[in-house]
Design a protein around this ligand. Structure first.
Ligand SMILES: [Cu+2]
Length: 112
């Protein structure tokens, strides 16, 4: 009985650890298949890098509760060219929606 209980506890611990590790993976927090496809979500963060050629920005974003996202640094596609007054280091507020292939696309961005 004691052995069984211990084995059960270890199994629980192992499961918990695996679940926590997975939740920190980028893919995982982007897997929002259950979300409404056309909904926009608002985020805030700091602009870290700009790739104007590919139309992408890297943002260290704050947690986004409605998507259950933790804070993290990630790349977003831009639907439109980045406003000229924005540069790396700026605090920003942005609106995004899921585009093709579940990629997150920023549809509006500005200084916070
Ligand atoms: Cu992210």
């Amino acid at each position: 009985m004691k052995t069984l209980t211990l084995a059960f506890l270890f199994a629980l611990l192992a499961t918990g650890t695996a679940a926590r590790a997975a939740s920190h993976e980028h893919e995982n927090h982007h897997d929002t298949a259950t979300q409404q496809p056309a909904a926009t979500h608002t985020g805030t963060g700091v602009l870290k890098a700009v790739n104007a050629k590919d139309g992408k920005v890297q943002i260290a974003h704050e947690p986004i509760a409605e998507l259950d996202w933790p804070s993290m640094t990630m790349w977003f596609a831009l639907r439109d060219p980045l406003p000229k007054d924005l540069k790396a280091g700026d605090a920003v507020r942005f609106e995004m929606m899921q585009g093709e292939k579940n990629q997150w696309v920023i549809v509006r961005i500005g200084r916070k």
